[in-house]
Design a protein around this ligand. Structure first.
Ligand code: ZN
Length: 393
């Protein structure tokens, strides 16, 4: 049972002064009040907890990131130890107001942590886990050097794709991630490489949808985006080289896009010791990206918060910096930007009726501040007061 009187942004619009009451993690009342009904004391401001549709939780969570690089750490650390770092990364995001996270290269480790949070073993955000289905030498596979024998699974035929989707479903994962172009950080990768055949990709999408799992598609190149549109994926990740015609189609079909602005800017700038190859690829991708994305936003593309935060380039909890980048690149005011990080992001991952809005029947996940984030997004920088863990897992 809880109650707050605050100025409210409900995920879609600014509502003014409201009384919000919740019980057992579910919102029971959102009552608009007259301005003179404000309680004494400093004014408070409430927005829904943020939803990040694209993160990677498996990485060293300690403060001193210089001790080991992001590629090596997973190779030299046991699964048991990794699990604790996954939980710590989740909690870091929660302290900064991110109450729902979707992991997009997960497996049983992230599922174990999500279930521990759901069971109330320790405070943590809601975590949805997506499992990758990619080929040998694909973008996902190339994160593990060739000499390493114990590798994440790959799928190299339509049947293997179906089997891997089924394996992820059995392990309790919620979504599937596919790749229709190469990427930036993977070792020896090329953005222009084809990732899998049409038959393999179509088998994955068909099997995922048959098992109720949405498909998120990694694509940078226009060709990769075209294949994703043809396949009928449920969201696009990155979409750096989006064309105007593709933007129109995405808008018309209501397919959300996670733009991952900050990470590609940081890699392109050569920050944090990315390899010369990765720096060159990212620099190529971000050239003219902002112009293309501004145009796509005007055409109505549903850009949602998706950071690719991994703890290395974008840290967990730096979502507010991505929001500021979205506002700048898309030409959005803070209200529109917050909608992309709450109601629209929740809808993008299939949770639109559960989280992302301050409305009766939804989970009581809020960020409470002493200034209005819908007037200045920087209010969300740093640790925040967070009310979280609605009833819905
Ligand atoms: Zn990613």
């Amino acid at each position: 049972m809880g109650e707050l009187v605050a100025e409210v942004f409900d995920g879609e619009r600014v509502r003014g002064l409201c009384r919000v009451r919740w019980r057992d993690g579910v919102i029971e009342e959102v009552a608009e009040l007259a301005p003179d009904q404000a309680p004494d004391g400093p004014r408070r401001y409430l927005v829904p907890g943020l939803v990040d549709t694209h993160v990677h939780l498996l990485g060293f969570a300690g403060a001193d990131k210089t001790r080991v690089d992001g590629f090596t750490w997973p190779l030299v650390t046991t699964r048991e130890e990794q699990t604790l770092h996954v939980a710590a990364n989740c909690r870091q995001a929660l302290r900064r107001g991110v109450t729902t996270l979707r992991e997009l290269s997960g497996d049983r480790v992230q599922v174990a942590v999500a279930r521990a949070f759901d069971a109330g073993l320790l405070p943590g955000p809601r975590v949805l886990v997506g499992g990758p289905v990619g080929m040998t030498a694909g973008h996902g596979d190339l994160f593990t050097p060739p000499a390493v024998a114990d590798r994440p699974p790959v799928a190299d035929s339509p049947d293997e794709c179906r089997k891997l989707v089924r394996t992820w479903a059995r392990d309790g994962l919620h979504a599937i991630k596919i790749y229709t172009s190469g990427g930036v950080l993977s070792i020896g990768d090329q953005v222009g490489w084809r990732n899998q055949t049409r038959a393999e990709l179509a088998a994955t999408v068909d099997e995922a949808h048959a098992l109720g799992m949405p498909v998120a598609c990694h694509a940078h190149s226009a060709e990769g985006i075209a294949i994703a549109l043809e396949l009928g994926v449920d969201s696009l990740e990155h979409a750096s080289q989006l064309t105007p015609a593709q933007a129109d189609e995405l808008a018309a079909r209501g397919i959300p896009v996670a733009p991952t602005l900050l990470i590609n800017d940081l890699i392109a700038a050569g920050r944090f010791g990315s390899s010369p190859e990765a720096t060159a690829i990212a620099a190529e991708l971000v050239t003219s990206r902002d112009e293309r994305f501004a145009d796509a936003a005007r055409r109505g593309v549903d850009f949602v918060l998706g950071t690719d935060a991994s703890g290395y380039f974008v840290r967990h909890g730096e979502q507010s910096l991505e929001l500021q980048a979205m506002s700048r690149v898309f030409g959005w005011d803070a209200v529109r930007t917050l909608a992309a990080a709450t109601s629209r992001a929740a809808a993008a991952i299939g949770l639109g009726e559960r989280v992302g809005r301050v409305a009766v029947g939804l989970a009581a996940d809020f960020v409470v501040t002493d200034a209005a984030p819908w007037e200045d997004l920087r209010v969300l920088d740093g640790d925040l007061e967070v009310v979280s863990r609605g009833a819905f897992c």
